[in-house]
Design a protein around this ligand. Structure first.
Ligand code: DON
Length: 309
């Protein structure tokens, strides 16, 4: 077998040339009113390889709302806090349903299918509220350390905007509470969850923050073991199977990497041992995932044959 050498500058140049011709279908998320104000034509992309080289394109240094991508950071923290009982309270199976769906939760007795659908992320938020001294501050400190930057913040307007329209998430958490799977006050957990989703980052910061998942659990910035290699494998496996909700199969089929999306239009993907990459394009397809980010990532992995499969 031969390992391919990869010409990252070449492929980035090729994508830059192709970009204007790639369709930008879909709609910017509007169910959180504050997200509807984003320029739909923004595009950014940033890759960090195992040698620590950076490659970027477009608005890769512009902050955007990372939304559900932050669910991976929350899971990483919760996995360290409650490894004994975590997988009794949340599953690791794809849901095959939209991210905000309520239906499975009733017939599966309040145990969410996985940590990335909203029900699962609310459950993970409950665990963090139980275990962290100052949950919101601790989450920010964790994220800042991962990406080596201090200017990582919540967007209060986005969190507030989501709180005002939180009927669906309130229904999910109430149902789980009725089954005894939520231990804390519902409003405290929801507040944590809305702030979690409101974190703003650039593509560069996101790619850096997720580099530990491409590096067997070790943060390449400071060589700290964030989670064990085995846990990093498991988090990547859940991203592979559940990171794009009812489009997870399609994303695997097209791109072939573990990844996670957010309704802010962000996509993160990792190739263990090779690279982490973040993309941002705000228009979403009908499954709530960035249309153009997935198109570009598919082009990149197809062209370079850089897929884990
Ligand atoms: O709970 C929500 O609706 C959002 N804060 C997060 C949703 C999200 O990003 C789903 N991912 N594509």
């Amino acid at each position: 077998m031969v390992e391919k050498s990869i010409n990252y500058p070449g492929i980035f140049d090729e994508i830059a040339a192709k970009l204007p011709g790639i369709a930008n279908h879909g709609q910017v998320a509007s169910y959180i009113p504050e997200l509807a104000n984003v320029d739909p034509d923004k595009f950014g992309m940033h890759l960090i390889n195992y040698q620590g080289e950076h490659f970027s394109l477009g608005a890769s240094d512009e902050k955007f709302s990372i939304q559900s991508i932050a669910k991976v950071l929350a899971l990483t923290l919760a996995y360290s806090a409650e490894e004994e009982t975590l997988w009794q309270r949340v599953g690791v199976e794809p849901s095959g349903n939209p991210f905000n769906s309520l239906v499975q939760l009733e017939y599966e007795q309040g145990i969410p299918r996985n940590p990335f659908i909203n029900a699962g992320a609310l459950l993970v938020s409950d665990i963090l509220v139980s275990h962290l001294k100052a949950p919101k501050e601790d989450l920010l400190a964790f994220t800042r350390k991962l990406c080596g930057r201090e200017d990582i913040h919540f967007n209060a307007k986005v969190a507030e905007s989501e709180k005002r329209t939180s009927y669906n998430n309130a229904a999910l958490i109430n149902l789980m509470k009725s089954y005894g799977n939520i231990k804390n006050d519902i409003d405290v957990v929801l507040d944590f969850y809305f702030n979690l989703c409101s974190i703003e980052m650039t593509c560069r910061e996101l790619a850096q923050s997720f580099a530990f998942l491409a590096n067997y659990g070790v943060n390449p910035l400071n060589n700290e073991q964030v989670v064990s290699a085995s846990k990093a494998k498991r988090i990547n496996a859940i991203m592979q199977l559940c990171g794009f909700y009812d489009e997870a199969g399609e994303f695997s089929f097209k791109v072939g990497l573990p990844g996670k999306s957010g309704v802010g239009g962000g996509v993160i993907a990792v190739y263990p041992g090779k690279f982490s990459i973040a993309l941002w394009s705000p228009k979403l397809n009908s499954k709530g995932n960035s249309y153009k980010a997935i198109e570009v990532l598919e082009f990149l992995t197809t062209k370079t044959q850089l897929s884990i499969f």
